[in-house]
Design a protein around this ligand. Structure first.
Ligand SMILES: [Mg+2]
Length: 265
């Protein structure tokens, strides 16, 4: 689907309000970076503005409404950054789940920690001279950040990545995001699986909502489309090809949506 074909959410405001009001219960799942928190040059400085936190806290306390944050960040990092009790968290694109009282990591994922450790230290050594490049270990996965790397140097990073990673373990998967490269074990798990795990716990007749801004969120949009329930998927920003139903033009439109949702319940 092309950008122009994805309607703006506010175009159908009244119809959406009515669907939200009449749903028996709601599951709201949201991405973090670029959706709840504005994208910043240094990822460890990302935080949720008060305009997002307030309606999110309000939503988390509502009867019949479940909130979950789904992110590429490590679970502990995500939880600390959001800091809201009583909501669900899916870290590492869902490889680490904390829903309700249990915290789970698929067994086949934890075996990869040593491989990720070795890869991260090799990359840190080999990319030490690239100004602005940082390598974040997330335990089960890793992220190479190039937002602050000069355009002409980004190619070097890519070359080093494709040389170094397969030499350590050629089963590790490398994928590109917004000014990042992600390394992950070859486990069939993505934000779509995370959403499915979250929705499996939902009540019959629940209405599912997902908001996200990046390529990894497309798996979540697709999972919503496939789920046998009413749903609303929203892409944030100008991703050209998306499976989402609606679009919010930018991250700063997200607080309005959260307040709008809170008003309907
Ligand atoms: Mg994002």
């Amino acid at each position: 689907m092309q950008a122009t074909e994805t309607p703006l959410l506010w175009r159908d405001r009244d119809a959406i309000a009515e669907r939200l009001r009449s749903a028996p219960s709601i599951v709201l799942a949201v991405d973090f970076d670029g959706t709840l928190a504005p994208i910043v040059a240094k990822p460890d400085e990302a935080s949720m503005p008060r305009t997002v936190r307030e309606p999110l806290v309000q939503l988390s306390g509502k009867e019949g409404l479940t909130v979950a944050i789904v992110s590429g960040r490590a679970l502990d990092d995500l939880r600390e950054r959001v800091g809201i009790e009583g909501i669900g968290y899916a870290g590492n694109h869902g490889l680490e789940l904390a829903l309700g009282n249990d915290r789970t990591v698929p067994a086949q994922a934890s075996e990869w920690r040593d491989v990720i450790d070795a890869t991260v230290s090799a990359l840190r050594t080999r990319l030490a001279d690239v100004e602005g490049c940082s390598i974040e270990s997330k335990g089960l996965t890793a992220t190479v950040h190039v937002r602050r790397v000069a355009d002409e140097e980004r190619r070097t990073v890519q070359e080093v990545l494709y040389e170094t990673v397969p030499a350590i373990d050629d089963r590790l998967e490398i994928s590109a995001g917004k000014a990042i490269w992600e390394l992950r074990p070859p486990i069939d798990w993505d934000k779509g699986s995370a959403i499915t795990a979250i929705l499996d716990r939902a009540n019959d007749g629940a209405f599912a909502i997902y908001l996200g801004d990046d390529v990894t969120d497309e798996d979540a949009f697709a999972a919503l489309n496939e789920a046998d329930m009413e749903s609303l998927s929203v892409v944030v920003g100008n991703r050209p090809a998306t499976a989402a139903d609606y679009r919010l033009t930018a991250q700063d439109a997200v607080p309005d949506f959260l307040r709008f949702l809170a008003q309907q319940r």
